[in-house]
Design a protein around this ligand. Structure first.
Ligand SMILES: Cc1ncc(COP(=O)(O)O)c(C=O)c1O
Length: 383
């Protein structure tokens, strides 16, 4: 078959199958469906893999972010710094608390928050910063701590399971770390999230807040000496509990995380080598000292050299069966935020450029050598 014979390649595809299917049978057969032994096992393994003391499983990274900010008592009148180029929920989580998200521009080379841009946005009201490890590349935490030593740090590691910065895994780089197990992430539980922390007090608070504010979990109560007594509720909480079906799936998926990342890492080298001659396309890489989790493969289209606009290139690739996506969106350019805070696209030029010119190309663990060769061959035909 010719390398250019048309095939369909998704931007991402979860790698799930028989093992996940067998794993979810256990809670279904036992009848323990909400957070229970499987969630506990997933939390323990996730904490071990990310070298943190506590991991608290929740329903998504969005709820993980909300829970983390709630555990820090972020409230109306507080400001929280967020990168302007990220998924919308990084900023939404701040609004959930009644606080104000304050955008900070990003570096279009790393797609991450630009530490040089942070200081000018810090005020007496600034309580925390949410560095995003976008696409699996950790934000430059040391540089962030140097310019914002007094701020709480909540990592948005939605894309960063398994990533690391100077030898420390994501999730242990700040006060708390938040992760996503949405199917576009390297490992998935359908929907799902995790909050990590090394702080015992925060760990306990997160447990309580995730479960309506109840002083003990259902599992502890049912297995304890007085299962007939309801727990105390001393604070207002949420129902952000992960189900045991998801926990069972998470245990299996987590066991494959490093294999998935290693495979992706190998193919990113292939892309980088093969696409070097495409002068209008900048491919991503992992700077020295970073372990990239490669949740996706975000390129940057240099329209000053490209034969077509970014969007037209995406259309050409789509016609060849190759899915692409903008890396993510510039949140300050979304109607809701642009109107609410009267922000113009050019107020954050780095994020605007990422919004307009980033282009993720397919990278996932179900792709074959022929799939990668096809993507490269088609990109090289674009003239
Ligand atoms: C940077 C970032 N933060 C937060 C989220 C939200 O994750 P979830 O879908 O698990 O709520 C995503 C999802 O894509 C993301 O990319």
């Amino acid at each position: 078959m010719d390398t250019l014979t048309k095939r369909t390649i998704h931007i991402a595809q979860p790698s799930t199958g028989e093992e996940e299917w067998q794993a979810v049978k256990e809670p279904i057969m036992s009848g323990w469906l909400t957070s229970g032994p499987k969630v506990r096992e997933f939390e323990r393994l996730f904490a071990e893999r990310h070298n943190v003391k506590h991991a608290i499983a929740v329903t998504s990274c969005t709820t993980a972010l909300h829970l983390a900010l709630a555990a820090l008592d972020i409230k109306a009148g507080d400001e929280v710094l967020v990168p302007a180029f990220t998924w919308v929920s990084t900023a939404n989580a701040v609004l959930f608390c009644g606080a104000t998200p304050v955008f900070v521009d990003v570096d279009p080379v790393t797609f991450n928050i630009d530490p040089k841009e942070i200081k000018k946005h810090i005020t007496a009201r600034t309580k925390a910063i949410i560095p995003v490890h976008l696409f699996g590349l950790c934000a430059d935490i040391d540089a962030i701590k140097a310019v914002a030593p007094d701020l709480h740090i909540v990592e948005d590691g939605a894309c960063a399971a398994g990533s690391a910065y100077k030898g420390t895994p994501a999730g242990g780089l700040g006060d708390m770390g938040c992760f996503s197990f949405h199917p576009r992430k390297s490992v998935t539980t359908g929907e799902g999230g995790m909050v990590t922390t090394n702080d015992d007090k925060l760990g306990e608070k997160l447990q309580i807040l995730r479960n309506h504010g109840a002083s003990v979990s259902e599992e502890v109560r049912h297995n304890g000496p007085k299962p007939y007594l309801l727990p105390a509720f001393e604070v207002m909480g949420f129902n952000y509990r992960m189900t045991d079906l998801q926990g069972a799936m998470g245990v299996v998926q987590l066991g494959k995380l490093d294999k998935f990342i290693d495979e992706r890492n190998e193919w990113t080298k292939y892309y980088q080598r093969e696409l070097a001659e495409v002068e209008w396309l900048r491919t991503p890489n992992a700077p020295e000292g970073y372990k990239h989790g490669w949740q996706s493969y975000p390129c940057f289209v240099d329209e000053s050299k490209a034969p077509h606009s970014r969007n037209d290139i995406m259309e050409i690739l789509q016609k060849h069966g190759i899915a692409t996506r903008p890396g993510t969106h510039a949140v300050h350019m979304l109607d809701f935020y642009a109107k609410k805070y009267d922000i113009k696209p050019e107020d954050f030029p780095g994020a605007q450029a990422c919004n307009d010119f980033s282009m993720a190309i397919p990278l996932h663990n179900l792709m074959t050598r022929e799939d990668y060769e096809y993507v490269v061959a088609v990109i090289k035909t674009i003239k």
